[in-house]
Design a binder for this molecule. Structure first.
Ligand code: IMP
Ligand code: MG
Length: 187
């Protein structure tokens, strides 16, 4: 069931029950704050936003529109998740075609869970000698950070519970929810 116009309504996706965590308004306000901070930090550098697919595409699309100066956008596809658990191995399913040498790169991630995905990707990125690397994540689960990665901007720090919405999915579903919902322990 989808939450019509009531952001306080829970949602069911397949076999799981999710309760509201962040409203669309909270999300949008925070994304605009980060956009303003990035605009101030990269006023004339034409940064290249690199969105990690699939989850970060919703956040990235709002973030680049909250960035009020010239910028470019690229995409990479990495994947480490099946169901509600990280599978361990990272795969690069689709790489970047752009030359990163001398570019100011802003990596956009949906969520840093163990940090494995970002850790893996940042290592790859360094090899291409960008002028600078800035990292932005919409969500972060601090207690789960097994891999040390530097994140420059965090939308929201959340509990170590599975979430959907605003690009994040459960078995491919829930990405189109404008707010964020957290797995309910009640089932
Ligand atoms: P990490 O490599 O463990 O940091 O996991 C990062 C990736 O796992 C994210 O880019 C997400 O695609 C996925 N992920 C982690 N936690 C969640 C969650 O709560 N809901 C949906 N996807 C998640
Ligand atoms: Mg992802």
């Amino acid at each position: 069931m989808y939450p019509g116009n009531n952001p306080n309504e829970a949602v069911n996706i397949l076999d799981l029950h999710f309760i509201p965590l962040l409203t669309e308004q909270q999300v949008q306000a925070r994304v605009h704050e980060i956009g303003a901070a990035l605009t101030a930090r990269f006023p004339d550098q034409k940064p290249l936003f690199i969105s990690i697919l699939s989850g970060a595409f919703v956040f990235a699309s709002d973030l680049i529109r909250a960035f009020k100066s010239d910028c470019e956008v690229g995409f990479v596809k990495l994947s480490s998740y099946t169901g509600t658990r990280s599978s361990g191995a990272i795969q690069t399913v689709m790489g970047l075609e752009k030359d990163l040498r001398g570019r100011h790169v802003i990596v956009v991630e949906d969520i840093v869970d163990t940090g494995r995905t970002l850790h893996f990707f940042l290592n790859q990125l360094q090899l291409q000698e960008p002028a600078s690397i800035c990292t932005v994540t919409f969500l972060r689960k601090p207690e789960a950070a097994a891999f040390p990665v530097q994140v420059d901007y965090v939308g929201f720090d959340i509990e170590d519970k599975f979430v959907v919405g605003y690009g994040l999915d459960y078995e491919g579903l829930g990405r189109n929810l404008p707010g964020v919902y957290q797995l309910s322990e009640q089932g």
